[in-house]
Design a protein around this ligand. Structure first.
Ligand code: UDP
Length: 375
């Protein structure tokens, strides 16, 4: 089978730092190729993931532009997808497109009428209600958790082929770092991810906390400072920047509670793998939770609030802890050493491995192709 996997124009695959969807694509593609699938990867020029072919428009990821107003950035996703559509029009050897580009992906591909498409919904499905409640029927879709699909508009929920949980490569011996004292939040800094709650809890408990992740595409404290000091900067009043400055920065003391910006590669692996626990004080219904399955694979117990996909991924008391309130979260954080890291790794091997995800997608590819034959 020849599958065109569309990772979109935002970040390289794998991403140099932050990038949930791109990390999942980087996990899926090798597992598909091991199973005999030929993969054409639509991505950006800096992607280093091996595939049988690459298609690119942009030499590098366009993620930083996503924070600009829509009328300045809508051309980016469309330029990428138009190039992909041109490729599909020109050739007839693609058996299926596995698309990961939000809204623009299915919109363009449905108008094209080319090979069968499976579009993976990575997002909060209460976004884009106009589009999601009239989703193009020619496009097969899947979600990344059952709780995500449960919140989708009815028509989309009924059309979806099911939920495929995210996966991550299993940590090898090299990244089984010795356990340190710090707790970690690995993710975009924004109100939805709730870094301020992690900071408040750790400050109260006197536990070291490392916050890693970009804020509105800014990757370091120096970049954030520059924006904070420049009222004319387009990101100056951005909600995520304001969230950081008003609700997270006050906890940062450079010692117990630190924000280190975005981390990638070996630095990220070492920091994550050596954490005592990974915190998810989420303030939204997390749809898929790449960082949660990564924590399990590294043997770092996740501790979070019981929302979104967390109860599907974490088994309370065995592979992590789930709390209903901030106070409870603090209580469970104090008990993380009761959890067995090996149990977390076992769970990742059993449920969130590249092989499990690839096998599920191969089933859905077949269903998407059969669905097309019927219609
Ligand atoms: N991440 C990273 N470096 C950082 C922060 C995050 O590599 O400094 C990665 C993290 O490991 C995960 C992804 O970015 O793979 C975030 O994905 P997730 O699905 O958890 O969050 P979202 O896509 O909702 O932002």
């Amino acid at each position: 089978m020849n599958v065109l996997v569309n990772a979109g124009p935002w970040l390289a695959v794998p991403p140099p730092g932050y990038g949930g969807i791109e990390n999942v694509v980087a996990t899926l593609v090798p597992a598909l190729r091991e199973r005999g699938v030929r993969v054409v990867l639509a991505t950006v020029g800096t992607s280093t993931l091996e595939a049988d072919e690459h298609i690119t428009v942009f030499p590098e990821g366009q993620f930083a532009h996503l924070q600009k107003p829509y009328n300045q950035v809508m051309g980016l996703a469309h330029a990428h997808q138009t190039r992909l559509a041109g490729e599909l029009r020109r050739r007839d050897d693609i058996d299926l497109v596995h698309d990961h580009l939000e809204v623009v992906g299915p919109a363009v591909l449905s108008a094209l009428g080319g090979p069968p498409v499976l579009h993976t919904l990575h997002w909060d499905l209460r976004k884009h209600p106009e589009f999601y409640s009239a989703f193009p029927p020619s496009i097969a879709v899947n979600g990344v958790s059952h709780s995500q699909l449960a919140r989708a508009p009815q028509a989309l929920r009924e059309a979806a082929l099911g939920a495929v949980h995210l996966a991550t490569p299993l940590a090898d011996e090299d990244i089984r770092a010795e356990r340190g004292e710090h707790l970690v939040v690995m993710g975009r800094v924004c109100g939805l991810k709730g870094q301020h709650i992690a900071a408040r809890v750790c400050q109260k408990l006197g536990l070291p906390l490392v916050l890693a992740g970009p804020v509105s595409g800014l990757n370091s404290p120096a970049e954030l400072d520059a924006v904070a000091q420049d009222p004319g900067h387009p990101l100056h009043g951005h909600p995520d920047v304001r969230y950081h400055l008003e609700r997270v920065t006050p906890y940062l003391d450079g010692d117990l509670i630190r924000w280190i910006g975005s981390v990638g590669g070996a630095e990220r692996d070492g920091l994550y793998a050596s954490a005592r626990a990974s915190l998810f004080p989420i303030q939204w219904d997390e749809p898929g939770g790449t960082a949660i399955v990564e924590a399990l694979a590294l043997g770092v117990p996740p501790v979070g609030l019981r929302r979104g996909c967390l109860p599907e991924i974490i088994e309370h008391g065995r592979t992590g802890f789930l709390a209903d309130t901030e106070e409870e979260l603090a209580e469970w954080v104090l008990r993380v050493d009761e959890l067995d890291p090996e149990e977390c790794r076992r769970e990742a091997r059993r449920r969130f491995s590249p092989a499990v995800m690839a096998e599920r997608y191969l089933e859905l590819y077949e269903r998407a192709r059969r669905g097309r034959e019927k219609s």
